[in-house]
Design a protein around this ligand. Structure first.
Ligand code: SAM
Length: 336
């Protein structure tokens, strides 16, 4: 239990919200790239970034105590220890994630959170009149930005997931809603016996770099997991899918997988963060509100996953298995 006062909580919360938004602003303006070769006087920095000097200085001063920028001598700014990660193209760069066009969509959705809590509907839906993946279909430029960001967020965890589960018995692995295929690529690289099938929406599949997969071991399929999933897999993957959807929709996806599970297969491997109980701070609770803002889905406790499995004719057979260094865990479900 924290001992901070209500005023301190409000101040900390406001600081967090504005810090995040200002990080997006400096990512958009390319401030870290402009400082890559060393410190610059504010006037020159602002000119290089197309910004108003006085206003840019106010933003940089907010971010300096976190170690993103450093002012010294006065009105001369340099990168702080964390600022290098905002540069373009450096390993682990967060610039694209922070400047992704859909950041603006997200902030509009956050504005609709009161209505979301009153109605139980997704804030995104209330703000834009349609669910997020429908919006991506109508505005493919946002969809492509989301897919790129998702692939980048997933990349570090894909190898860890491939190492966290014994895929050696799997011959044909189907990744349902597998995005651009990063997880399948990591699993196929470790398991030469396996082939992969990647199912996702048409616009996503069109951008898959099939040449980057081992020759002849990947099949791609555009489709709708609410209609059906490819048959014939002996292991189905669902990574960060169920948390996008309501219980009814999540059960629908699981039922479609259940319908094609053959005897002798390994079932379905669900890869998600799992909400804990209790009053402790938990990043999954933050992500849960992000899901409320952006999707019709939510993060779930272990018993809630078990209930989804039961409603789809499945049962938990293994897990939760940890993924070293990451918040996601593995749950393997098989026919009940
Ligand atoms: C949160 S992303 C997760 C992507 C990937 N599994 C990962 O972890 O990186 C959700 C994915 O579901 C896909 N998706 C959404 N609706 C779909 C549908 N009806 N049928 C197939 N894929 C869908 C999206 O295109 C997106 O790639």
């Amino acid at each position: 239990m924290t001992t901070e006062s209500l005023d301190q909580l409000l101040a900390r919360s406001l600081e967090g919200a504005l810090t995040y938004r200002c990080l997006s602003v400096v990512a958009e303006l390319g401030v870290a790239d402009a400082l890559a070769d060393g410190a610059l006087p504010l006037d020159e920095l602002a000119a290089r970034c197309g910004a108003d000097p006085l206003t840019l200085g106010r933003v940089l001063r907010l971010l300096a105590p976190s170690g993103v920028f450093h002012e010294g001598p006065p009105v001369v700014f340099a990168l702080g220890p964390l600022g290098h990660g905002l540069r373009s193209g450096v390993p682990g760069s967060v610039r694209d994630r922070l400047r992704a066009a859909w950041q603006d969509l997200a902030w509009s959705a956050y504005g609709a959170l009161p209505a979301a809590v009153r109605t139980g509907r997704s804030a995104f839906d209330l703000a834009f009149g349609m669910p997020v993946f429908d919006y991506f279909a109508v505005h493919p430029e946002y969809g492509a930005a989301f897919d790129r960001a998702m692939a980048r967020v997933s990349a570090p965890e894909d190898a860890a997931i491939a190492a966290a589960f014994d895929f050696s018995a799997a011959r044909r692995i189907v990744d349902v809603g597998g995005g651009r295929g990063g997880l399948l690529r990591a699993v196929l690289a470790r398991h030469p016996q396996a082939t992969g099938v990647l199912l996702d929406r048409t616009g996503v599949i069109a951008d898959v770099d099939a040449a980057s997969f081992p020759a002849g071991r990947l099949a791609v399929q555009a489709g709708d997991f609410f209609a059906s999933v490819p048959p014939g897999g002996d292991l189905y993957l669902l990574k960060r899918i169920l948390h996008d959807w309501s219980d009814a929709d999540a059960i629908g996806i699981l039922r479609n997988i259940r319908a094609v599970l053959g005897a002798g297969g390994q079932g379905v491997l669900v890869i998600e963060a799992i909400l804990g109980d209790g009053n402790e701070p938990d990043p999954v609770k933050v992500q849960d509100i992000n899901m409320l803002a952006l999707t019709p889905g939510r993060e779930r406790r272990l018993d809630e996953f078990a209930a989804l499995f039961a409603a789809a004719g499945l049962r938990l057979a293994e897990g939760p298995l940890p993924v070293a260094g990451f918040s996601v865990q593995l749950l393997r479900a098989v026919p009940a």
